[in-house]
Design a protein around this ligand. Structure first.
Ligand SMILES: NC(=O)c1ccc[n+]([C@@H]2O[C@H](COP(=O)([O-])OP(=O)(O)OC[C@H]3O[C@@H](n4cnc5c(N)ncnc54)[C@H](OP(=O)(O)O)[C@@H]3O)[C@@H](O)[C@H]2O)c1
Length: 259
């Protein structure tokens, strides 16, 4: 099987390439700039402009669509870019397109999530047999969020928000299994092993970093806050990942006491 991975250089892309290599899958990877790699064929494709997309899917059996642009041009990249990819994949006779989305895109009112939901609908309405895998947050995302929310000193956040971090390596394994199982024609969810309150996540993060920064609680207002506190980012789908927030912290900060 020849598999195209979009967004292959990202947080999920890297372990996905590693996993597919272990499974001896023939992989083509996309990024917006040229790369050299002895194990993987890299091609340049930009979903915002469509440059290189038609060429990237030629000769491919399945696509793992991971590319996303949460911070800028989200509609252009995630919705219109996904449509470009689906059209190109159909023309090239691709047999399975797997779209990676996020648990809660249909509940939590964040503009990025609205675009992810629209992209899911593009995939589901298209002619290529499809699957959607919604994952919960990656620990690196939570780590980056805590670092940026503590730039001014204390860690600022809503202590009752609930999260369920999942290891991207385990998501990659799930994606590899989905390729083998074939198109679901539906949505599956995959989450981490534990539900964490924001204040618990902060406590463990501070300990791992040897930091004394206090938590400055703020209550996220409105429907957004209600959804986040009520578990809008959680899934009870089984199976779940096994690697915990504590595992991520130990891997990242173990013994260094970095602030
Ligand atoms: N982060 C999380 O916690 C989380 C949780 C659940 C689901 N997800 C989903 O999982 C997927 C991967 O997330 P991630 O954290 O790995 O993202 P990431 O690290 O930000 O990587 C995103 C990738 O998208 C590519 N990209 C951005 N703009 C592009 C464009 N115009 N054309 C083509 N490629 C473009 C980038 O490629 P280059 O810069 O190399 O060109 C990058 O490698 C996303 O769909 C995301 O919504 C993420």
């Amino acid at each position: 099987m020849k598999v195209l991975v979009t967004g292959a250089g990202g947080h999920l892309g890297r372990p996905t390439l590693a996993r597919l290599r272990e499974d001896e899958v023939d992989v083509r990877a996309t990024g917006r700039r040229a790369r050299q790699d002895s194990d993987v064929e890299w091609v340049v494709a930009d979903l915002a402009t469509g440059d290189g997309v038609a060429e990237a899917v030629v000769g491919v059996d399945a696509v793992l669509h991971l590319a996303s642009s949460p911070r800028s041009r989200t509609h252009q990249v995630d919705v219109l870019g996904t449509r470009r990819l689906v059209v190109a994949a159909a023309a090239a006779g691709v047999q399975h397109l797997v779209y990676v989305s996020i648990v809660g895109v249909d509940r939590v009112p964040i503009p990025y999530y609205r675009h992810k939901l629209a992209a899911e609908q593009v995939v589901a309405a298209g002619p290529v047999p499809w699957s959607v895998l919604r994952a919960t947050q990656f620990p690196q995302f939570l780590d980056d969020l805590l670092a940026s929310s503590s730039r001014l000193g204390p860690v600022i956040g809503d202590r009752a928000v609930l999260a369920q971090p999942v290891d991207p390596g385990e998501v990659a394994a799930r994606l590899a299994a989905r390729l083998v199982a074939g198109p679901l024609g539906g949505i599956e969810e995959y989450g981490g092993p534990q539900v964490l309150r924001f204040d618990e996540a902060v406590r463990a993060w501070r300990e791992a970093r040897g930091s004394r920064r206090p938590l400055l609680p703020v209550r996220i207002p409105g429907r957004l806050g209600r959804e986040l506190r009520a578990g809008g980012l959680l899934t009870d789908a089984l199976p779940r990942g096994v690697r915990t927030w504590a595992d991520h912290l130990a891997d990242t900060y173990g013994g260094t006491g970095r602030k």
